[in-house]
Design a protein around this ligand. Structure first.
Ligand SMILES: [Fe+2]
Ligand SMILES: [Fe+2]
Length: 154
């Protein structure tokens, strides 16, 4: 079966660590879709746990990416910085809500609307919006900056 998302080089921002993170998030989205596709063939409790495990990994990886990205954006302060941070916060809140709903329902599968929402987020935010700030970089950092504190907000 075709991958949910196939990475294209035209999606690159030109910032190596950002692109590496985005590729990793692409792989995690594909993983969650694969696990979700298998869910109907499994015992519901097992499938439900598996979906939550991969969703947790996606949330954690996205959170770390956002920490690093915001540390970078704080330095360059591109236009739209505040709106970009709001988008980050909203997306993490949506992921967290989704996780809570799945756990409460005990439903193992993500519905098609949710999967389309993942895709929309990925294209609109990760690919389109993140590419805009790449032109403001001075020197590319050697590695992703570490999060300044456990609390990702300022
Ligand atoms: Fe990003
Ligand atoms: Fe971003």
């Amino acid at each position: 079966m075709a991958a949910f998302l196939t990475w294209l080089t035209k999606w690159q921002t030109g910032v190596t660590w950002v692109d590496a993170d985005h590729r990793e998030i692409t792989a995690m989205l594909n993983r969650i879709v694969d696990v979700n596709r298998r869910a109907p063939t499994q015992d519901p409790a097992t499938a439900g746990r598996e979906v939550l495990v991969v969703l947790d990994a996606l949330i954690e990886r996205t959170r770390r990416h956002i920490h690093a990205e915001e540390a970078f954006l704080r330095e360059v302060r591109p236009p739209g910085y505040d709106a970009h941070r709001c988008e980050h916060a909203l997306q993490l809140a949506e992921f967290t809500d989704l996780r809570r709903a799945l756990e409460e329902d005990g439903a193992p599968d993500l519905n098609p609307e949710t999967l389309q929402a993942f895709k929309r987020w990925f294209f609109n935010h990760v690919i389109v919006e993140d590419r805009d700030y790449a032109e403001y970089r001075d020197d590319e950092p050697e590695a992703a900056p570490t999060a300044p504190s456990p609390d990702w907000a300022d």
